[in-house]
Ligand binder design. Structure first.
Ligand SMILES: Nc1ncnc2c1ncn2[C@@H]1O[C@H](COP(=O)(O)OP(=O)(O)OP(=O)(O)O)[C@@H](O)[C@H]1O
Length: 898
């Protein structure tokens, strides 16, 4: 979705005044004026959500549903459309995907209560929620394997910036002050579903993050003083310093986000953890262009399959998958933190048997994280409670299992996980888990109001009421027999519907037998049946109904009591569910490492990048799957000082030889290592990088009015302006999108800039062989090349990286393989020959007539074959079937001869 289209509606849409409105329409217009202008209003009417006026017109078009009319307002028909409440989530999902927001106006009183106020009274309604991409909690609206964050960007006039973000499903609430340079990379690492920006900055922000919905907010929402008040109230503290020393921009961002969340949850804001301050630079900065080109979590065409994440993800739970995606999105820069993650992976790698048992158990732990968040924002149900107890029980069993195994002493992160999952020292949580397990049936309904989820034996009073209800039901069932005996109508049935309640039904033929009997009160005559009620049935009916109502009320009360206990212990539960996700991620990474032959990288603060036998995890997998052969491992040595290895290495070689693959695999290895993953190599030593840049492959960015070359230059400019000596850069063929000499000059200057000014570790793939000479002049530059050899006139790619520059490009050979017409190929060869001998392209070309001369030794005149000659002389329309058959035989014999 383009971010500009993420604001499909102007916030200042006009709706008619309430003058002359019916009471219901008056209420609708009042709610409409409370709802944000850029949101559609779903107005609950019985079993439907209805939309009116402009909302109806837009929703009908977006959902492709019928647009109708309902009465008139101020002399004009009112446009209307509606969706059934029972299936509303599916429509919501489509609207949110299309970039809309939806305000939900619910009935907040029982229609009976409204009726009691008078026949014309309108049921009270209120906006209970505003559904936006960043505030979703429903499983059906969310991708189970991706996080769903919402962020707010505060940019003060002083030039101070900060990003605050929250994930309602985990309660995460954090903030980071960022410099202008790092803004885009920090936002890309966060990858929020929705970004709140000040409205005057909307255009600037549009396009920063292509998959993010932008929500403009008035400037006042970023006011520092009111933000501070709101934060203090939310976290019940006198001073914010309790949580950290927040800058003005940080406070503004946190406040705007909190306010928006409160608004979208209609005053019942998500239960967030106190704000955590993070430091810019604690994650490896990767800008959006680099992320896209490295295909980290999706390919350039948007698929998960074929991305790095798709290749290495072996997690077995949705929270695990989300945690892994997050690790790849935000690799770390702190050596100790990376080592701690690697220790956990290594432990699971060593304990392979235990790992398999654990992964089996994890599968049944489910996704308690999102269930918890639904419960906390008041949208959870009995199924979420059950999932929670299931996960915590499984978690405890896992912790006990890991402890019992008495294997190698677990590393810190695993030990912390075990501690978080052990219930013995958390009596309240243990009691809650036990109670949830006993109180809720095994397969509870989604919603509490459906009832039937409190298990038998949990609440004697409820059991009694249910027994009463069931006994009455049994009496009703027995009455059928009694009535049949008394009336002599054996086909008599006792049935139930919502209009009559319990009733007796006989066929028209037997109606007379009941008509004269005072026990039976005639209610309905249908085509084939006649229906009666009886006082006895009516009494039983009301007993059953009131017992049912009482039972449901008790169940709902039980649900709220359990929910409150969950809320009180939410902190512990979050830590426990996070521990399960951590176990899943670490064991999954160990599983992948074993499968892919990956090794533990050595991480340190040096400026070394030294990889032996490195591989590209995605290309390798694709090759193995297609059976096209094995991936050739390649080593790469870079050294910031340039002493033992070059700092800047030029990579040359024929087209299709594997240059881009080599560049990317090294960037991915660095990223994986800093994310705390094993790396596909025999050995790797990696000095952490602060920023990773990749300029590989150019694509037009026409949506933003940039040509391929312009897009390439903008990205190159960002690298040359921002890369530090700690950064890692891969550059693929920059400058090729313009005139040869311009391109060469730009590539040349960029290489020198990287070497002399940025002084970062860099791989620079190029077809400009002139550049390779630079390695002689620059003290920390070197050359490697991808090898190819000619064998029996064919070019064979070895995909092997060796020292030194390549001698030629073999571009024409690749073009021939790709199927360029023979004439074009031979023409290209002759042009190349002349260029190589004359040296000056333009002058040489002027003298060459286009396609006039065909070089005999390279492009022999192709004689038509015998078959072609024979076919040439034939007019198919004049052939008899016999002649045609003869011709086929003749042609076949010619082919054999040839
Ligand atoms: N190390 C390797 N082992 C096996 N196959 C490889 C290896 N590297 C690349 N290949 C194969 O070669 C193909 C071309 O690789 P790549 O795109 O990296 O070449 P290139 O040199 O960058 O080409 P161009 O200069 O045309 O952009 C890949 O799609 C892959 O199938």
């Amino acid at each position: 979705m383009n971010s500009l289209s993420s604001l499909p509606m102007p916030a200042d849409r006009a709706f008619p005044s309430a003058e002359g409105a019916t009471p219901m329409m008056e209420q609708f217009l009042a709610l409409r004026s409370q709802a944000p202008g850029d949101a559609l209003l779903f107005y609950r009417m019985g079993d439907f959500y209805e939309l009116f006026f402009d909302d109806a017109v837009r929703a009908a078009a977006a959902l492709d549903i019928a647009l109708t009319k309902r009465g008139e307002h101020q002399g004009e028909p009112i446009p209307m459309c509606g969706v059934p409440a029972a299936t509303a989530e599916a429509y919501l999902a489509r609207l949110i995907k299309a970039g809309f927001k939806v305000a939900v106006g619910e009935q907040i009183e029982d229609p009976k209560a409204a009726k009691a106020r008078g026949s014309k009274a309108v049921v009270q309604r209120a906006i209970t929620r505003i559904v936006t991409p960043g505030t979703l909690t429903e499983d059906s609206l969310l991708d189970p394997r991706s996080a769903n964050r919402i962020a707010a960007l505060a940019q003060l006039a002083t030039g101070e910036n900060a990003i605050a973000w929250a994930d309602i499903s985990t309660g995460e609430f954090a903030v980071c002050a960022v410099s202008g340079d790092a803004l885009t990379a920090e936002l890309a690492a966060m990858n929020p579903a929705e970004l709140l920006v000040e409205e005057s900055r909307f255009c600037e922000a549009a396009g920063l993050l292509p998959r993010t919905t932008l929500t403009p907010l008035p400037r006042a929402k970023f006011d520092v003083a009111s933000a501070e008040r709101q934060l203090k109230a939310q976290f019940e503290v006198q001073e914010l310093t309790a949580f950290g020393d927040f800058s003005k921009a940080e406070r503004a961002a946190l406040g705007a986000l909190l306010d928006y969340l409160a608004l979208s949850q209609a005053g019942a804001p998500a239960k967030l953890s106190p704000p955590r301050q993070t430091r810019e630079g604690s994650v490896l900065a990767i800008d959006p262009a680099t992320r896209a080109s490295l295909e980290i979590d999706r390919t350039l065409s948007g698929d998960r399959q074929g991305s790095l994440l798709g290749a290495i993800d072996r997690t077995v739970t949705a929270p695990g998958a989300r945690a892994l995606a997050d690790r790849l999105a935000r690799p770390l820069t702190d050596v100790a933190a990376i080592e701690a993650r690697l220790d956990a992976v290594a432990w699971f790698e060593r304990e392979a048997g235990l790992r398999r048992q654990l992964r089996d158990r994890l599968k049944s732990a489910g996704d308690a994280e999102r269930g918890l968040s639904r419960l906390l924002v008041g949208r959870g149900g009995p199924r979420d409670l059950k999932a929670l107890s299931g996960a915590l029980q499984e978690g405890e069993a896992i912790a006990a299992h890991l402890l019992d195994a008495r294997l190698d002493r677990p590393p810190q992160r695993i030990a912390d996980g075990i501690a978080a999952l052990t219930l013995a020292d958390k009596p309240e949580l243990a009691a809650l888990v036990g109670d949830l397990d006993r109180a809720i049936v095994d397969e509870p309904p989604l919603l509490a109001r459906d009832g039937g989820f409190v298990a038998e034996g949990w609440m004697p009073e409820l059991d009694e009421t249910r027994q009463l209800r069931d006994a009455s039901r049994r009496i009703v069932a027995g009455l059928q027999q009694t009535y049949a005996g008394a009336t002599g109508v054996s086909s008599l049935k006792v049935k139930h519907n919502n209009v009559l309640g319990y009733f007796v039904e006989v066929t028209a033929r037997h109606a007379d037998a009941l008509m004269g009997d005072d026990t039976f009160i005639h209610r309905q005559t249908m085509a084939n049946a006649v229906r009666f009620t009886t006082t006895e049935l009516a009494e039983l009916e009301s007993k059953i109904a009131s017992a049912g109502e009482r039972a449901l009320a008790m169940e709902i009360e039980t649900f709220s009591a359990l929910r409150d206990r969950v809320e009180a212990l939410a902190g512990f539960i979050r830590v426990a569910t996070a521990a399960l996700a951590e176990f899943d991620v670490s064991s999954a990474l160990a599983e992948w490492a074993e499968e892919a032959g990956a090794c533990r990288p050595q991480i340190n603060d040096s400026f070394t990048f030294s990889v032996d036998g490195g591989r590209h995890p995605v290309v390798e997998r694709a090759l193995a799957k297609s059976g096209e052969g094995r991936f050739t491992p390649n080593s790469c040595q870079l050294e910031g000082s340039g002493e033992n290895a070059a700092r800047l290495t030029f990579v040359t070689g024929p087209n299709m030889a594997g240059k881009s693959t080599f560049l990317r695999q090294n960037a991915l290895i660095l990223m994986l290592a800093q994310a705390g993953c094993y790396v596909p190599a025999e050995r790797a030593e990696i000095g952490v990088a602060d920023r990773l840049y990749s300029r590989v492959g150019a694509a037009d960015d026409l949506a933003r009015g940039r040509s391929t070359f312009m897009a390439e230059m903008i990205e190159t400019a960002a690298i040359l302006n921002q890369a530090t000596p700690r950064s890692f850069v891969i550059l693929d063929e920059i400058g090729r999108g313009t005139a040869t000499f311009d391109g060469l000059s730009i590539a040349w200057a960029a290489a020198e800039h990287l070497h002399e000014i940025n002084r970062c570790r860099a791989l620079f793939a190029t077809h400009y062989h002139e550049l390779t000479r630079l390695a002689e002049d620059l003290d920390a530059a070197g050359n490697v090349s991808l090898k190819a050899k000619e064998w029996k006139g064919e070019l064979v790619f070895l995909h092997e990286v060796g020292a030194g520059a390549a001698d030629r490009s073999y571009g024409i050979e690749v073009a021939r393989r790709a199927g360029l017409p023979r004439k074009a190929i031979s023409r290209a060869r002759s042009i190349l020959k002349r260029l190589e001998s004359d040296g000056a392209p333009a002058a040489a070309l002027d003298t060459l007539p286009l396609f006039a001369v065909a070089e005999p030794e390279q492009a022999p005149i192709i004689e038509p074959s015998e078959v072609e000659k024979r076919l040439d002389g034939i007019d198919p329309d004049t052939l008899t079937p016999r002649e045609a058959l003869d011709l086929v035989y003749a042609l076949k014999s010619l082919v054999k001869k040839a």
